[in-house]
Write a protein that binds this ligand. Structure first.
Ligand code: ADP
Ligand code: MG
Length: 697
């Protein structure tokens, strides 16, 4: 439920902001004067002092002054006015393409001129193009600005000066306490860390005094920025924790993992669970035994064996006479799960229903009926599972694989699907192979309990990773040939420069054709996103059965595909992929105990950044380590996909830059929930606002 901000001040109260302009502000996410104050400067211009010409450097924004030595109209490609200005320390050229007679007069030789603009390197030394300027009587004329001038991020149709002007009015209202912007952090907490209060902090960032260390401010190390960032992070963590608290007010069906079914399942497995799997299963067991819905995230590196853990949880539901649903983000992954679950559960007499968007109507109807009647105790599928008019007889557990592909909203919507009339909600188990550092998971997954499978099954060989330019393609093809002749199976992954799926599929087709021509004795298969589901499934099944030696694929095989006999993977254009994605792909090999190799081929010259990223892949097989590096190089938003899912839309904070604040944020959130519960909702409202809708939760 979203409460409107109690007494938010309408933007149109500001001079110069009419309804039209207010719409443009809204595009920046600003819909009240209070919100406007959280729109922070990108940078600051120092117009408080004059920089001697001799001290100018290209790239600076500066106030300059001097005497006009030369003023002439030139016709190069265009007509322009060139003005040479000098002081005792140096000179600069002012260049104008548009000017009127009056301006030309003001810039006449012998006049003293003061100008403001960006210094650039021109053909004849430093210059300013179209600076703001005025004629001055003496060099001692006072500068107009007494503080640093903020420059704001803006949008089309919203001029910098309009924004600045609106902010100035907002700041005046703030200064005189005419806005509803209460301090929400307890005074004691602020004092303990010597942090400024909200009003002070906002006045400061918008109008820093001239002596301010701007780098410290812009890089968010300054106490006023730390204070604002802290509040931003705190509000987001609180919003997620509130979600969790609310979910704990619901009922769930207690389930028991220790069952005859579970024991039979474990006995039939060709391996024993690792200690890490056992620990995580025990954690899940404790949760499932409660009468409140479990909300647990299992993080485990690629190949750590999350599926078996999920199967045990599903069996707990089945043994208690209820149903479990497993949802995966892609068709291929869902299919893979379906095959695993069907193979594991059929011998126990459990029917598994298959539901995907691409399944035939008849199949879907049959699956739907089996779930509605309870004849099928387990359902596996894509999100089609929950979008369809599928009714479960008694859904008690929802398992979501590869959480980072789904947003918090989808997760909640899913849980709603299992809500029963008597308000009993299903338990939720979420699995991800993108492990993230603990401090980050505190923020991103604050609404979940976390378990980590921090151990791989025994006998895994680390995958040896080789980085090669694609000019060595012939050698690589030869290597593929040798591997196939030795009975090994090989993946060849085509990734593409272009975003288009169609082009990517085309490239994969072309590659498969070329490889087949080059290696006539090798059995080549091809899968990509545009194949019909049954065709794709048939190819995957043949590869899995060893009837194909070489599988050419797009990144559709990124997650979940499990063919233990595959020991070589070639990835084309590896430099274009994120590290987390490369790690996922590479995780398809090294599953069978044989020494495996992954060849990362790159195209053209590598940038320093790309070289560094590929080196990370060569040097590490550890998902945590790789995820950390990936976040360093690309930022957490990209890596976690939160940008797309709107999971954490922070206003000011940057998860990566401000990671060090997280432990403090978490302990503050504890304290607020316990001692100052009244501040929680207003904080969430202020910072998260409409970004997260809790709707029916
Ligand atoms: P992921 O965590 O990437 O989803 P999977 O669940 O697909 O990993 O497991 C990868 C492979 O490891 C599968 O072939 C699975 O059967 C096998 N596996 C899982 N647990 C163990 C174990 N304890 N010992 C040996 N192999 C295991
Ligand atoms: Mg998996």
């Amino acid at each position: 439920m979203i409460m409107p901000i109690a007494s938010a001040t309408e933007l149109t109260r500001l001079k110069g902001v009419g309804p039209k302009m207010a719409e443009r502000f809204a595009r920046l996410g600003i819909d009240s004067v209070e919100q406007l104050l959280f729109h922070l400067p990108l940078r600051y211009e120092d117009r408080t002092r004059v920089t001697p010409l001799g001290a100018l450097r290209a790239g600076m924004h500066a106030v300059i002054q001097g005497e006009v030595q030369l003023s002439e109209i030139k016709f190069a490609r265009r007509r322009m006015l060139l003005v040479r200005l000098s002081d005792r320390t140096g000179f600069i050229t002012l260049r104008f393409f548009h000017f009127n007679a009056r301006q030309q007069e003001n810039l006449a030789r012998g006049n003293r001129v003061r100008a403001y603009g960006e210094v650039r390197r021109g053909s004849g030394g430093l210059e300013m193009v179209h600076p703001e300027f005025s004629v001055i009587e003496t060099d001692a004329a006072p500068v107009a600005e007494t503080g640093l001038t903020p420059v704001y991020p803006t949008t089309e149709g919203l001029h910098q000066l309009t924004l600045r002007n609106a902010l100035q009015q907002a700041l005046a209202l703030l200064r005189t306490d005419r806005l509803s912007l209460p301090e929400l952090l307890p005074a004691g907490l602020l004092a303990a860390d010597e942090l400024p209060d909200l009003k002070q902090a906002l006045l400061f960032v918008h109008q820093p005094p001239p002596e301010t260390d701007l780098d410290e401010l812009l890089e968010a190390r300054h106490p006023v920025m730390q204070r604002l960032i802290l509040e931003d992070l705190l509000a987001h963590v609180l919003s997620l924790r509130q979600l969790r608290q609310r979910s704990r007010t619901h009922q769930a069906r207690p389930l028991s993992i220790r069952s005859e079914l579970g024991d039979r399942f474990l006995r039939a497995l060709p391996f024993a669970l690792t200690a890490a799997q056992q620990r995580v299963v025990a954690e899940i067991e404790t949760d499932l035994g409660q009468a409140v819905p479990m909300q647990r995230l299992v993080q485990g590196d690629v190949g750590s064996g999350k599926t078996v853990v999920a199967a045990l949880a599903a069996l707990a539901a089945v043994a208690s006479g209820c149903q479990a649903a497993i949802m995966a983000p892609t068709e291929i992954l869902a299919e893979q799960h379906y095959h695993n679950f069907a193979a594991w559960l059929a011998p126990l007499g459990i029917e598994v229903a298959w539901l995907s968007g691409k399944a035939k109507q008849g199949e879907r109807r049959a699956a739907g009926e089996a779930l509605a009647s309870g004849q099928a105790a387990v359902a596996v599928g894509t999100h089609a599972l929950f979008q369809e008019a599928i009714q479960f007889r008694d859904l008690a557990l929802v398992i979501i694989d590869e959480q980072h592909r789904f947003g918090v909203h989808q997760r909640l919507a899913l849980r709603e699907k299992g809500r029963r009339d008597d308000d009993v909600l299903p338990h939720q188990l979420i699995m991800t192979a993108t492990p993230i550092p603990r401090t980050l998971s505190m923020a991103v997954y604050a609404d979940l309990d976390c378990s980590v499978i921090d151990e791989l099954p025994p006998g895994r060989q680390p995958v040896e990773t080789v980085v090669l330019p694609d000019s060595r393609r012939d050698d690589v093809v030869e290597r593929v040939h040798r591997a196939c002749q030795q009975g090994n199976q090989v993946y060849w992954v085509c990734t593409l420069i272009e975003e288009s799926e169609a082009l990517q599929c085309q490239a994969a087709e072309e590659t498969a054709r070329l490889l087949q021509a080059a290696l006539p004795d090798v059995r080549v298969g091809l899968v990509h996103g545009r194949l019909k589901a049954p065709d794709k499934e048939a190819i995957m099944a043949r590869f899995k059965a060893g009837e194909l030696d070489l599988l050419v694929a797009t990144t559709v095989i990124e997650v979940g595909v499990d063919v233990p006999n595959a020991g070589l993977m070639i990835i084309e254009n590896a430099e274009r992929l994120g590290l987390a994605q490369l790690h996922q792909l590479r995780g398809r090999v090294g599953r069978g105990g044989q020494a495996s190799v992954c060849v990362l081929m790159y195209h053209g010259a590598l940038s320093a950044n790309a070289r560094e990223r590929l080196a990370v892949m060569r040097n590490s097989n550890d998902g945590f380590e790789i995820a950390r590096k990936d976040m360093e190089l690309r930022g957490p938003g990209e890596v976690l996909g939160t940008r797309q899912t709107g999971l954490l839309q922070l206003k000011i904070a940057d998860l990566q830059r401000d990671e060090a604040l997280m432990p403090k944020v978490v302990s503050l959130s504890d304290q607020l929930l316990k001692q100052y519960p009244g501040a929680v909702q207003p904080l969430i409202q202020r910072w998260v606002g409409q970004a997260v809708r809790y709707g029916s939760v």
